[in-house]
Design a protein around this ligand. Structure first.
Ligand code: PXP
Length: 247
């Protein structure tokens, strides 16, 4: 069996952050997405937040028209955004928890605790022909609940591992590895994301069964120095070493 290549979804939210900081029309997210795709990224990820702090509604519609690869829309489980998603029809939606005061997404979804509300949204999105991913911690109960309510993918939250050092990082990585195994055994496709950069990616690649890594902040930050195309290329070069992780 030929192994499928590990895919990269570039999260371009922070290109929009720079634009929104001054209320300008630049830098243009459509151009950014095109550069990422021509550099070899298989997908573009955007998060339409309730507070619209970076990506705007018009961006979502424009990117739907222009992105050739996979368009992955991250969003909270709120009616207004679910309606936009169903209308726009991204290839994938990744449901995430969202708090207004947070700097970035904190923690994974509580699929167990919010099972009915999640199941109803997963149904709406799947009826609209959209693949659904749930952003969760690598915990067995959250993974089986994700499978039970019909998710196609889980995106395992790598943020705690990426921020940790020493023994704590080792322990967090073991949780991610066992979470990826459990998710795959449940028949879920496995993505991972949050906080991944060139300093920690080699260890993230120890995770088995990975389909896609969603990486944003570190790529956009690196692009300030080397340009977006090179920044995407650097990450893809590192990802090319993926040998299937620790099975
Ligand atoms: N995946 C999810 C579900 C996220 O919420 C984010 C942040 O928007 C990312 C991936 C990308 O994280 P980072 O910007 O730290 O690479």
């Amino acid at each position: 069996m030929t192994k499928q290549r590990l895919k990269l979804g570039v999260n371009i939210d922070h290109v929009a952050t720079l634009r929104q900081a001054r209320g300008t029309s630049y830098p243009d997210v459509v151009t950014a997405a095109a550069i990422c795709e021509s550099a070899g990224a298989q997908g573009i990820t955007i998060h339409l937040r309730e507070d619209r702090r970076h990506i705007q509604d018009a961006d979502v519609y424009e990117l739907r028209r222009t992105v050739d690869g996979t368009l992955n829309l991250e969003m909270a489980n709120v009616r207004e955004i679910v309606e936009i998603a169903a209308e726009v029809g991204p290839d994938e939606v990744c449901l995430v928890p969202e708090k207004r005061e947070e700097l970035t997404t904190e923690g994974g979804l509580d699929v167990v605790g919010q099972r009915d509300a999640m199941a109803s949204t997963v149904g709406i999105l799947k009826d609209a022909g959209i693949k659904v991913s749930l952003f969760v911690e690598a915990a067995a109960d959250q993974l089986s609940a994700s499978r039970d309510i019909g998710a196609d993918y889980v995106e395992l939250h790598t943020g705690t591992f990426c921020d940790a050092t020493g023994d704590e990082a080792n322990a967090e990585l073991e949780k991610l590895i066992s979470g990826a195994r459990t998710a795959s055994d449940l028949g879920l496709q496995v993505n991972a994301g949050h906080g991944i950069n060139t300093a920690n990616i080699d260890r993230v690649l120890e995770m088995p069964h990975l389909d896609t890594l969603n990486i944003g902040h570190s790529i956009v930050a690196r692009a300030v120095f080397v340009g977006l195309e090179t920044a995407v290329g650097e990450i893809l070069d590192r990802m090319a070493a993926y040998g299937g992780g620790r099975l």
